[in-house]
Design a protein around this ligand. Sequence first.
Ligand code: SF4
Length: 349
Amino acid sequence: MNVAGGSDPEFVFELRTCRWAEREWPPTDDGGVRPAIVARQLGTERRRWDTIVVEVDPEGLRRRRRFGPRRLDSDLLDVIPHAPADWTWYRDALPDPGYPWRYVRESIHRADDRGILDVRKRDNRIQIRRKWAYPDWVERIVAVENKPDLSASAARDLAPQLEYDVALSLADEVWVATRATAESVEPALLERLPVEAGILTLDSRDGDAEVEWFPRNLDADAPGTRILERGEETEYGTTAGRFEYADPDWKRAKRLEIAERAYETGWRDYAETMRPDCRHFELGRDGRALLPWCSATDCHQTSAACSGSCPEFSPEPPQWRTRGWPIEGGPGKGIRRLLADRRERNRPE
Ligand code: SF4
């Protein structure tokens, strides 16, 4: 029996990398402890990373928790970190957002509804006051690109993406994770990847990883360069590339947005884009990770295949969801709850 899309080794590898990072970060021998949150598929409009490790300050993270488990999106981040200690007219308190103030008012009311900002009206003016100071909780952001089979052609495709990351320096470190081979020299080391990118090899049997090459620290606080177009070799010479300047304020705001999204979703959010309410959906143990498994196809299904249009999709019978069988809300909801519980349990203290 086959399902459109079938098994995706990259998807499964990505989840294994996330699980490894959650247990073992950082991959150094210095015994240093760096509490971290792991997430997947986050980035910017132009560039999405497979695995993201957000290293956190534990005290800052503890104070971040007061704002609840949901992320502060970019609009809320234009308000909450600037909210004053005393009642102030919002336009005096907040920096000019660069877009109409009416949108800021909407964000203020959203923050009020979420109970994370004090809001009142005086003399027909909206005044705000912070409930708590928004903490400085993000220490470093590490991007990991997963390529289980790093063939020469995969490396050729990957190199420009890593060069983009290094030039922009939005993350503090960039890594490539690939499957360990039995070779004496890992083939990944022989490929032409930027020297600034680290290389990790992951053993698919026990889920452990080895560092083959340490990355260089990128300067995330400095201006970055966006590579918009690469120059090309032609028979008449080399064409010009196109670049754009990325200013440090944009980078700072983007990093915080990414960290906030990572905080909300973690890496087990894959169930949100799949069909755990299908009677064939299972969670299979894979070493130290729980990975989605489809009993209809006997493989790890992709999130693209595991949808309502899957030919084998078979919704849970309604009676499974009633009378508390066997877990309140039915197995689909139970799986979502189990993954959410695991995410909470694995958050750094
Ligand atoms: S779990 Fe159900 S919906 Fe998902 S791939 Fe398998 S049969 Fe299709």
